[in-house]
Every structure is written in structure tokens, then in C-alpha cells.
Design a binder for this molecule. Structure first.
Ligand code: ADE
Length: 253
């Protein structure tokens, strides 16, 4: 898969792309990342990429010309790309959206800066995406988030040691607790079931823990998760258990 990044700070991408999984994926030819400096698409002597906002107000606005020239140049040279503008006004990035983006052959990520991007750029954009309800100094870190989340889903990027189908949110639930050695740490023991060697029982336990973690921390995810009749029964039992526990703590406090 090909990633193209349009940015005024290409240097922000160097170290994240030169380490770990993303680096290995590039070396193995599974992922290609091209950095394009928006400044290279300016036509004036001072290579200006931003200007004052019409109507006044603080913050500089990114000019539409250089960004749109960049989008067009990339598509002319490399072929059609799915174009994403990173901004706090975008639709929220979720694992579901990440899975969809991983189906694309070529993504072009535009990193906004300053007080925003001229609204006319939207006519050249397929999706405006936000990585969360907070404001960053620019779209570079969000672009890296998209690259990482999408890149790790591509075939063969993660080794056999990790299956993405076990991820938090892959099946709409959070992952439950996980453990490694030592068996006892600071007086806390690894649950006996995980050392039992009974793989069927372990799978049932893990599913139950995923349901419990999601129920406690992100209950709003449950209505959208694909749950089996067995899951629904487990969930009902867990809800009752949680309610009873809450009552018990109310009585003792
Ligand atoms: N640019 C600034 N903040 C952002 C956010 N939360 N998501 C995407 N792009 C951004």
C-alpha cells in the first residue's frame, strides 16, 4: 500500500517511520511512504503556504493553491488516491474506519496547520478525519496515527506472533487483561485458568473478560458490537454481578 503525506514539516515523520513495525514493513516492500513538502507546490518567491483569515481573527489559514497543486501532482504521477484531510472538524477515526482505509491502494494524507485550511480544499478531499476531540498543533501526528493504525492491518505487516483479530476493538470489544511471566508479581498472581492449558476454557474466559472490560469502561460500545446469544447471556450475568457488587459497596461505605 502507498501512503502520500502532504505537509510543511516532513521532518516530523523521520523517526516514527525509521523504527519498529513501520520500518520493517517498508523494508519488506509492504508499505511505501512518500513525503511531499507543501512548500514545493508554491509559486511565489517566498514560498508562502499560509495567509491571514478573511473576516479577521487569530491564526493563519493555509492557502488552497499549494495544497490542491500537491494533490493533483501526486495523483498525476502516482495514480488515483483516496484523499484525507486531517482536522479536528473531521469524522472520528475508529477501528472500523481504519479497516475500511486499509482496503485502499493509495492514501493521500493532508496535514493542516495553524488556524485551519481554506475551506475550498474540501472540494478535492474524500474524507476529513479527526483522531479525537482535542486540538493538536497540526495534522502531522494524526497522519502518523492513521499510517500506524492502517499499516499494521496490512497483510504480513505483523508477524505470526500477533493476530490483529485479537486486538481491542477488532470485534467491537475492548481486550481483557493479559499477563506474562513471572507467575506472581508484587503479591498478584496470574489467573489459574491461563496456566491450565485448557484452550477452550481459556477462550471462554477471555471472551468473558473482554465483555466485562467493555461493560465497565466503554459500555456505549456494546450495542454496536457483534454479540452472540452466548455473549448476551454472559453480559446479562455480568451486569447483575456488577449491580450486586455496587449495592454491596454502597452498604459498606
Ligand atoms: N489537527 C489538529 N488537531 C487534530 C485532530 N484532533 N485530529 C486530526 N487533525 C488535527
Amino acid at each position: 500500500m502507498e501512503f502520500h503525506i502532504l505537509t510543511v514539516f516532513p521532518e516530523m515523520f523521520a523517526s516514527p517511520l525509521q523504527a519498529s513495525v513501520l520500518q520493517r514493513a517498508q523494508v519488506r516492500g509492504l508499505l511505501r511512504v512518500y513525503l511531499h513538502n507543501i512548500r514545493d507546490f508554491t509559486r511565489d518567491r517566498h514560498r508562502v503556504t499560509d495567509d491571514y483569515a478573511y473576516g479577521g481573527g487569530p491564526g493563519m489559514i493555509m492557502k488552497p493553491g499549494p495544497i490542491v497543486s500537491g494533490i493533483q501532482a501526486v495523483q498525476e504521477r502516482f495514480g488515483r488516491a483516496y484523499v484525507i484531510l486531517l482536522s479536528p472538524q473531521g469524522i472520528l477515526l475508529t477501528q472500523r474506519l481504519v479497516k475500511n482505509l486499509a482496503q485502499q491502494e493509495r492514501l493521500l494524507l493532508i496535514c493542516g496547520r495553524y488556524g485551519g485550511v481554506d475551506a475550498r480544499v474540501q472540494a478535492y478531499v474524500d474524507a476529513e478525519v479527526s483522531i479525537g476531540d482535542y486540538v493538536l498543533t497540526g495534522g502531522e501526528l494524526p497522519a502518523l496515527v492513521v499510517l500506524d493504525a492502517v499499516g499494521r492491518l496490512l497483510p504480513n505487516v505483523l508477524g505470526d506472533e500477533h493476530s490483529v483479530t485479537e486486538d481491542s476493538l477488532f470485534h467491537g470489544l475492548l481486550q481483557g487483561p493479559v499477563y506474562t511471566r513471572p507467575e506472581e508479581f508484587a503479591g498478584m498472581r496470574v489467573p489459574a485458568i491461563l496456566r491450565s492449558g485448557n484452550h477452550a476454557a481459556i477462550a471462554v474466559w477471555r471472551r468473558r473478560q473482554a465483555l466485562l472490560t467493555t461493560l465497565r469502561r466503554r459500555p456505549e460500545l456494546l450495542p454496536q458490537a457483534p454479540l452472540t446469544p452466548q455473549d448476551l447471556a454472559t453480559l446479562q450475568a455480568l451486569q447483575t454481578q456488577e449491580a450486586l457488587q455496587e449495592q454491596a459497596t454502597e452498604h459498606t461505605s
